[in-house]
Write a protein that binds this ligand. Structure first.
Ligand code: ARG
Length: 464
């Protein structure tokens, strides 16, 4: 076999791989984005070899320089990939070896692609997690800003999508922000577990060379090195956990998007989407469609799919490296890409949205929204809640039959119902202020929640 066509493992083989086998095997098209991490991990490994006395300082410096040059060439699009480059890791090693000859051939001592691949992937994902955290924070802040502006804006709260009790817009917006705060917390906790360097585990059993994995770990900014070399090359739960967090975040973004879509439709018109975050129709000139929110709503399915895909790859896979593990990358890359673009678009969509406080207030007119308040007023004067519930229900039934509303009751009729405060209860501002409990819809509670969330989004840690 011609040396130039030989794969890295060619020594034992007398034929090159069949083109179809190579086509299935090649991961370069997607793992080329690990090039910066592969250069960093390789440089850390070179230092380990130098510390072990296996490379002179000059050799280490030449290898480091060549690695950076290859990395820069790949970044600039000037690197010429070879058909035999199975993945980015083999391409970079080949590039270094072509530059340095025998010295380049020393690079792979004491390491395997099995530990290298997963080291690169952890590094990539840790920075992906940071970008997602920044996107979540930006969206969270946009929600908090609107919530503070609308701490006193009343609107009908719903259960089962039907009118329930008055709330403040601030309370509802912050419900979405609290979900995002938990997402931040999940990614933060994940970082602690994922920050483990597998480099030095080798193919599965470390190596006979005196290389300290702790040195590469700290050079690469990991919190520590692996505790078990088989676990180091086999473990992908850091990737599963990341995708689980991404899928949960995806559902949160989807539910927020669903509210934006509903509130901005013509039947409610509680919210006007900025033109920069809406789209028109090619046929109907009047349209202002919520495509950004619709796509954000739909991406949850794709993100959940990535989690499911990786779980299926891993289930039943014995320990040790298997080529199956190459399938871990695309779901992760796509999850990060998807979330970055959705978070940015949704943050802009929320930040520029204009709420119509007056139309929300008008929607608090239906008297059914105050039925619970009437029952609770009866409870305050000593009526057991079940009886109070029944009495208010009967009153509503009677009025319904008469085609009247609670607002038409006379003082005497209110008196007869045991509710002398009467019509004053049918007021959304009073209703939300009366719910003064911590965590509820009152303007004070909304402001206190917003303050706690601002602290979370300022520290990025996800808990107060
Ligand atoms: N591209 C491969 C991956 O992503 C590299 C590892 C190949 N290792 C091996 N022993 N065949 O997993």
């Amino acid at each position: 076999m011609n040396d130039a066509d030989a794969p890295l493992w060619g020594g034992r083989f007398s034929k090159p791989p069949a083109p179809e086998a190579e086509a299935l095997s090649r991961s370069l098209a997607f793992d080329v984005r690990l090039a910066p991490q592969d250069v960093a991990a390789s440089v850390a490994h070179v230092h380990g070899l130098e510390d072990a006395g296996l490379l002179t300082a000059e050799e280490a410096a030449a290898l480091t320089r060549a690695l950076h040059e290859v990395g820069e060439e790949i970044a600039a699009g000037g690197f010429s990939f070879h058909p035999a480059d199975e993945d980015v890791h083999s391409a970079i090693e080949r590039g270094v070896t072509e530059r340095l000859g025998d010295l380049g051939a020393k690079l792979h001592a004491g390491r395997s692609r099995n530990d290298l691949v997963v080291t690169d992937l952890r590094l990539w994902l840790l920075s992906g997690g940071e970008r997602i955290g920044a996107g979540v924070t930006r969206l969270g802040r946009a929600l908090v800003a609107h919530a503070l502006e609308h701490a006193e804006t009343v609107m009908p709260g719903t259960t089962h999508g039907r009118l329930a009790q008055p709330v403040t817009l601030g309370l509802h917006l912050l419900a979405h922000a609290w979900a995002l705060a938990r997402d931040l917390d999940r990614f933060h906790a994940w970082t602690g577990r994922a920050s483990v360097s597998p480099l030095g585990a080798g193919a599965l059993a470390t190596s006979t060379l005196p290389i300290d994995p702790g040195v590469a770990a700290s050079r690469l900014g990991f919190a520590g090195a692996f505790a078990n070399s088989i676990d180091a090359v086999s473990d992908r739960d850091f990737a599963q956990e990341f995708l689980a967090n991404a899928a949960i975040l995806g559902t949160h973004l989807s539910r927020l998007a669903a509210d934006l879509i509903r509130w901005s439709d013509e039947s409610l018109a509680w919210l006007r989407l900025d033109e920069a975050y809406a789209t028109g129709s090619s046929m109907m000139p009047q349209k202002r469609n919520p495509d950004v929110a619709e796509l954000a709503r739909a991406k949850a399915g794709r993100l959940a799919g990535h989690f499911t895909a990786l779980c299926s790859v891993l289930a039943g896979l014995p320990l040790g490296y298997h080529r199956d593990l190459q399938e871990d990358k695309e779901p992760l890359f796509d999850a990060v890409d998807t979330l970055e673009v959705v978070l940015a678009a949704l943050a802009g969509c929320v930040a520029t949205a204009e709420f119509d406080a007056e139309s929300m207030r008008r929607a608090t007119a239906p008297d059914g929204l105050y039925a619970t308040d009437l029952a609770e007023a009866l409870v305050t004067s000593g009526v057991p809640f079940r009886e109070a519930h029944r009495r208010v229900g009967e009153l509503l039934k009677r009025l319904d039959a008469q085609g009247r509303s609670l607002r038409e009751l006379s003082d005497a009729e209110w008196q007869a119902e045991g509710l002398p405060q009467g019509g004053s209860l049918l007021d959304a501002d009073r209703a939300v202020r009366a719910r003064a409990t911590h965590g509820g819809p009152s303007p004070e509670s909304v402001r206190a929640q917003a303050g706690a969330l601002e602290r979370i989004f300022d520290t990025g840690a996800g808990s107060p």
